[in-house]
Each structure stands twice: as C-alpha cells, then as structure tokens.
Design a binder for this molecule. Structure first.
Ligand SMILES: Cc1cc2nc3c(=O)[nH]c(=O)nc-3n(C[C@H](O)[C@H](O)[C@H](O)COP(=O)(O)OP(=O)(O)OC[C@H]3O[C@@H](n4cnc5c(N)ncnc54)[C@H](O)[C@@H]3O)c2cc1C
Length: 346
C-alpha cells in the first residue's frame, strides 16, 4: 500500500502498517495498539493536506473512517464524527437551514481535520463556529472535551497542529438557524454574488458562488482537472510587521514600478497579512511555472504546487524550496509551508 493512493497530490511511499477505522472504538484501539508497540502513528483523513516522503512512513497509518452527524437539543448545534466528508457536512448544514459554514464549501478532506489547521476560506474559518472538539489524548489515554478557547486557534493553526498527541474524534459547531448567510466579508466573493461586502444572501447562493470561484482556481478536487492534483495552497500568507512590510514595498517599487501597491489585509496588533501568491509571482514564478521534473505550479493558482503525474515528493520539495528561496532573496520574506510534511523537511 502506497500513501500516494491516499493523498490528493498522489505522492508518498509505503506505510509499514495501514488500519482503516470505521468505529470510534476501533480508531482508539488501533492507536493504542501502535502506541503500546512504540510504533509511530500517522492519523490519515482525506490526505488533502499531507506531503509524505518517497520513502513512505515507517509506522502505522490509521485511516479515520468514522461516520455520524447529530443535531443537538439547541437549534444550530451540530456534532460531526471525524470521518465525515467535510464538503458533505457543509452541504448538509445548508440544506438544514443553518448558516456559518457556507464559505467553506468545496474544501476537500474530513471533518476531523478541520480544527487541526483551523480550515478557512473566503472570510470564514471553523474557529468562528466550533464550540468543542472531542479528542483522544494518547498521552493520558483518555477522551477529552476541549472547548473552543482551549484549542489555540489562529491563522491556519491550532493547539493540535504540529503535535500528534490528540486524535480528533468529533467536532461540535454552533451554527445560525437562518437560511441567510453570515455577512459576506470577502470582496471577491461579494463581487461574484453581485452584493456589497457585509451583505447577506441565501447560504445556497454563497455555496454555489464559492464552488464556482474555487473550480476556476483548481481548488475543488476534480480527477478531470490536472491542476487539482495538489494539497491546495502550498504556502501560508506571511504576516509582516511594519518594518518587513516597508522592505517589501521598497523592493516591489524597485522591481515592478513606482506606483506598485503591495496588497495586504489587517492581521491585528499592527501586523499585516500579505498574499504569498503576490510575492511568488513578483519573484518570478508565475502560474504554470514548470521546471520540467514533474512538479509544477498550477496553471490556475500560483499557490498550488501540482504533481503533473510523474513527480516524486523530492521533486515537489525541490520546487517548493526554489520558490521559497526566490521569494526570500527578492523580498526578504521566508514563506512557510501550509501542508503537514511527513518524513521530509523544507
Ligand atoms: C484542492 C485543495 C483545496 C484546499 N483548499 C483549502 C482551503 O480553502 N482552506 C483550507 O484551510 N485548506 C484547504 N485545503 C487543505 C485541506 O483540504 C485541509 O487542510 C483539510 O482540512 C485537510 O483534511 P484531511 O482530512 O484531508 O486531512 P489530512 O491531509 O489527512 O491530514 C492533515 C493533518 O491533520 C491530521 N489529522 C487528520 N485527521 C485527524 C484527526 N481526526 N485527528 C488528529 N489529526 C488528524 C493528519 O495527521 C495531518 O497531520 C485544500 C486542499 C486541497 C487539495
């Protein structure tokens, strides 16, 4: 069994052991068994945020396949098992007349992975609506209920990210029992809907607009679209202080013309978030950039690195390093990878 068959980018060598777990008891048992043997464990969801080494994973891969969606006694409270497919969860909540997840339509993977990197898109992120994460603590060997405030959510991160102590078993969301969406905050989405920023429309309309935008960028998995053989965005948008932003602005003016404006979003505390795609393009790596070894930049989205079919993980990492170093040399900004890297470093 090669992990390439279980990752959306189609990369990754063999695993020593592979255990699919379709019950919660089975999931915990598989993890406990590997732990008692002292064997490394990789929890696998949909494999859409994973880059695994060509050498594979020398341990047990436990594939989360638990199912179940429950509605709480309070209207809008929804508890989802970790193995539920995320986009089906989003579609289901919209069909049930609940608002709060509509902008997160079309994101691949499973519900249990959404708290790990605080999945977000088009102005929404799961941290805004998660009330509680239920997780198995491998160290204490017990099940914990972690309220939102204990999850350490931030931009594409959480307390869970970077550690492997907790296995997410289920996630509870507090959604708004309202067929109208939350106010649309993202200008590109508002424009696609023909509304002003801050206005509300039917959640179903937001979902179809988001899916349309995402498809045009190769951000909805589609076997017929080779640009979707990726892990989504490969780099997170860097958050810069005033001095770093001033350096980027000076370089951008010198390279691209005096009237060049660096796009930025407020990140609080005097910091700004600058789109990594903008920096990558200005550093000379445009859409479709292809060094010719099988890993290339998507023709639709600068941030997505794609396996054109013949790539290895080493090829992908070589491309990512080239881009990261190019941006660093040009702007003095070091980009960080968004996916979880297993057995490889960048
Ligand atoms: C085309 C495309 C578009 C994307 N667009 C977006 C986007 O718009 N926004 C965004 O935020 N992300 C996006 N992503 C990234 C990815 O879809 C999300 O991060 C998703 O939540 C990963 O889910 P998964 O089930 O595939 O996790 P996996 O890739 O299987 O795992 C990711 C990490 O989470 C851990 N993990 C998974 N499940 C559990 C669990 N139950 N308990 C503990 N640890 C677990 C894994 O061990 C691993 O470390 C995109 C990816 C692709 C391929």
């Amino acid at each position: 069994m090669r992990l390439a068959d279980h990752t959306t980018i189609g990369l990754g060598g063999p695993a020593r052991g592979f255990v699919p777990a379709d019950t919660e008891a089975g999931l915990i048992e598989a993890v406990q068994a590997a732990d008692s043997r002292g064997e490394p464990v990789l929890i696998l969801g949909g494999g859409s945020n994973l880059v695994v080494a060509d050498e594979g994973f020398d341990g047990t891969v436990v594939q989360v396949a638990t199912r179940g969606v429950g509605h709480g006694t309070e209207p809008g409270l929804v508890t989802v098992a970790a193995g539920e497919e995320w986009d089906a969860v989003v579609a289901g909540t919209i069909a049930a007349g609940l608002a709060g997840l509509e902008c997160l339509s079309g994101i691949p993977g499973l519900a249990g992975a959404t708290p790990i990197q605080n999945v977000g898109a088009y102005g929404q992120e799961v941290a805004q609506v998660i009330t509680e994460v239920r997780a198995y603590d491998r160290k204490e060997q017990k099940i914990l209920f972690m309220p939102n405030g204990q999850c350490g959510f931030g931009y594409r991160t959480s307390f869970f990210r970077g550690g492997d102590r907790h296995v997410v078993l289920g996630v509870t969301f507090r959604l708004d029992p309202d067929p109208l969406s939350a106010p649309v905050r993202y200008p590109e989405l508002a424009a696609a809907l023909g509304i002003g920023v801050g206005e509300r429309v039917k959640c179903a309309d937001v979902r179809s607009a988001v899916l349309g935008l995402r498809r045009r960028k190769g951000m909805v998995i589609d076997p017929a679209d080779p640009d979707t053989r990726s892990v989504g965005s490969f780099f997170v948008n860097p958050v810069l202080d005033a001095a770093a932003l001033a350096r980027v602005e000076a370089t951008a003016r010198a390279r691209c013309g005096e009237d060049t404006k660096v796009p930025r979003f407020d990140a609080g505390d005097g910091m700004v978030k600058v789109p990594a795609a903008w920096l990558i393009e200005r550093a000379g790596f445009g859409k479709g950039y292809d060094p010719g070894h099988g890993a290339r930049i998507s023709a639709k989205h600068t941030l997505a690195l794609v396996n054109s079919g013949s790539a290895t993980t080493s090829d992908l990492i070589a491309l990512a390093s080239q881009i990261r170093d190019g941006v660093q040399d040009c702007f003095g900004v070091r980009l960080a990878p968004e996916p979880v890297l297993i057995g490889v470093t960048l």
